[in-house]
Design a protein. Structure first.
Length: 370
């Protein structure tokens, strides 16, 4: 009788500690393919399509500026650079399939950019942008330097493309960078629309190599390492012990780093909720629905609500930041650190609580220990 009582007590304790209860829905019963279809057709492919249009315009404007390096064309090129950079925030999280093979994100957005390497490449006129060793001298950060960082005034910047001894090389390097961004993006989009979409959707099982498991891991990795750490934590000095204001995204452009951050934050929350890219008033199956199906609760509140509330809390905290993150760090870094703390809460909710509920294992190494 004593042994039976102990066994009954153990069962009751296990039952009481399980958020979903012993008879809650099984994660394997959810229609995972419906999520993959919504992601592919309403989020991923439309995002790459929009981004491809932006990169084509960027390269067109770079070619025009290279041929006619005027003040007006410089402003036009900057505008298309900003538009493409913002559009990139909607695809940067999708490092699966062809982007993973190409190391797409590394080719387009490693910052801070290596200005010494850029100048060496321009001076020599000989470089191979396909080499991984040149990832930090190309992409959007390198364009930021070439369009905004060569000098303080636009009239001085223009001289690098007109009267400078290496003016022709500057113009060539500029168009080579935009051409590579455009060609890599076209390669990724073509892959998605010519077969990979069906492969992605059909791989709807569960397990480390399933599309959903890999995509969720890539999504959380992006949120943790590129949004939370890259855009906020690293420049704010969370990992180095001292602020690194020159490590902000779009450092040379000035008042653009906050806009990029907000675009990324919006994109990650919209993905979580399955919001359609071209019809933002509509949404389909996504992680929020999966968690709701499982009745996933944490401390008496459903996890979907907690995650969305935390996205909103991070956005609210960031709303008071200077549009120029470098200036914000130098004037009041405490506000940047507070934004990081709000972002960090969703790392816990998604990387721990959500993955546990979905029975998905983390597939990447946590180098910074959080």
């Amino acid at each position: 009788m004593k042994k039976f009582s102990l066994l009954l007590l153990t069962v009751l304790l296990v039952w009481s500690c399980t958020d979903n209860g012993p008879s809650g829905p099984d994660a394997d019963d959810f229609d995972r393919e419906a999520i993959l279809v919504n992601w592919a057709d309403n989020i991923i492919i439309p995002s790459y399509t929009n981004f491809s249009e932006a990169t084509e315009q960027l390269h067109t404007d770079a070619a025009t500026f290279s041929e006619f390096p005027t003040a007006s064309n410089l402003l036009t090129l900057r505008t298309s650079w900003e538009s493409a950079y913002l559009a990139f925030q909607t695809v940067s999280m999708f490092e699966i399939g062809k982007p993973m093979e190409l190391r797409y994100r590394d080719n387009l957005n490693i910052y801070p950019t290596d200005t010494t390497e850029i100048e060496d490449n321009i001076e020599s006129g000989s470089y191979n942008l396909e080499l991984p060793s040149l990832n930090n001298s190309q992409g959007f950060p390198a364009l930021d330097y070439l369009l905004n960082g060569l000098a303080e005034e636009d009239t001085e910047i223009l001289t690098f493309y007109t009267t400078h001894p290496e003016a022709e090389n500057y113009r060539q390097y500029l168009t080579d960078l935009t051409s590579r961004i455009d060609s890599l993006t076209n390669e990724v989009l073509t892959d998605w629309t010519s077969g990979y979409r069906d492969e992605f959707v059909s791989n709807s099982g569960n397990g480390a190599n399933s599309s959903l498991d890999m995509m969720v891991n890539d999504y959380i990795y992006y949120y943790e390492k590129h949004l939370r750490a890259g855009k906020i934590g690293i420049p704010a000095g969370v990992f180095s012990g001292s602020p690194l204001s020159s490590h902000v995204e779009a450092y040379y452009s000035g008042d653009f780093s906050k806009e990029l951050f907000n675009a990324s934050l919006d994109a990650t929350q919209n993905f979580f909720n399955g919001v359609h890219v071209n019809q933002p008033n509509q949404s389909g199956e996504s992680l929020d629905d999966y968690l709701d199906y499982l009745n996933t609760m944490k401390e008496g509140t459903d996890l979907t609500t907690l995650i969305n509330n935390q996205f909103d809390a991070a956005r609210q905290q960031a709303s008071s930041l200077n549009p120029n993150f470098a200036a914000q760090i130098e004037s009041n870094n405490t506000a940047m650190l507070a934004t990081y703390d709000e972002l960090q809460m969703n790392v816990v909710y998604m990387k721990v609580d959500m993955l546990q509920a979905l029975n998905i294992n983390v597939d990447y190494v946590d180098a910074d220990g959080d």
